[in-house]
Design a binder for this molecule. Structure first.
Ligand SMILES: [Zn+2]
Length: 291
């Protein structure tokens, strides 16, 4: 299920891009996020070729919001070490795979809860953040458990920014070992969202962390399935150069008036069946015309 999220200033052009990559083993499929697709939703513009959406640097920093989520730690107004450890453990699942040297690096807390990409500040000041929305879910009309916003350049798929929001205003999360019942497991959710953060889309393999559905209380997706690892290492294989100039023909460094396309992904519980949490990918493209 895919649908546009919201309209915004400027023309809304492109939507979801999926490319299924089939591997020799029957149970190991992954899907890579693409800048556009040849037909259907998020159709490529005339002459536009779909390109993988990915980072072109080996070490990608991220920060966590300094308030954390008081709903997860009611005795503390600030983020706790326990919650940070849960965050680290989800990132470590992806960081610790031997087939890739790609790494997402914790750089501390931040008071900023801005998600997306701000063209009016320096590129390096656009930090990647994890934010818990305890008071209000800011995406009106779109109920999601969590949402990853990936901003990338449609010309070459280079990710400029990725941010993850958790809807702790509307859903009960837990990060304890026992997540039974109709409660959303934090690490189960975060490990999935990190897959989007680094350029993966939903997998057709029901056992994969990147699969589109998960029952409440599920914790299996805290750990990666071989399909997820194959995806990671297909995008970021050992020995590859992370220099965009080695990877992208005619690479042009980001210009202040450069085009961007922004993609969302979210996890939403299905309304008809409370027994399922449906993780829905929605990529909404905002194509900005040159000023
Ligand atoms: Zn998802």
């Amino acid at each position: 299920m895919s649908r546009p999220l919201r309209s915004s200033a400027g023309p809304v052009i492109a939507l979801a891009a999926l490319m299924v990559v089939s591997l020799p083993t029957a149970q190991a499929e992954f899907v890579q996020t693409m800048t556009c697709q040849p037909s259907g939703f998020n159709r490529c513009e005339p002459g536009e070729e779909p390109k993988p959406v990915r980072w072109y640097k080996q070490f990608v920093p991220y920060r966590v919001h300094d308030l954390g989520s008081p709903s997860l730690h009611p005795d503390s107004p600030d983020i706790t070490d326990d919650l940070k450890e849960s965050v680290f453990s989800s990132f470590d699942e992806w960081n610790n795979q031997d087939c890739s040297e790609f790494e997402m690096v914790y750089e501390g807390t931040t008071p900023s809860d801005f998600t997306g990409y701000n063209q009016n500040i320096a590129h390096e000041d656009n930090i990647n953040v994890l934010v818990w929305r305890d008071d209000q879910w800011p995406h009106a009309g779109y109920q999601a458990v969590a949402l990853t916003t990936v901003t990338y350049r449609p010309s070459n798929g280079e990710i400029l920014s990725a941010d993850i929001e958790f809807n702790t205003a509307d859903y009960v999360f837990t990060d304890t070992e026992d997540s039974a019942g109709a409660i959303i497991d934090f690490r189960n959710t975060l490990t999935h969202e990190i897959g989007h953060f680094l350029g993966l889309d939903h997998s057709p393999n029901p056992a994969a962390t990147m699969f589109a559905t998960a029952p409440p209380g599920e914790i299996a997706k805290r750990e990666l399935h071989p399909a997820d690892i194959e995806g990671l290492c297909h995008i970021y294989p050992l020995g590859q150069s992370f220099d965009p100039e080695d990877n992208i023909e005619d690479y042009v460094p980001l210009q202040p008036d450069g085009r961007e396309r922004r993609g969302w992904c979210s996890s939403t519980p299905s309304t008809p069946s409370p027994a399922l949490v449906v993780l829905v990918l929605v990529v909404l493209g905002l194509l900005r015309t040159r000023r």
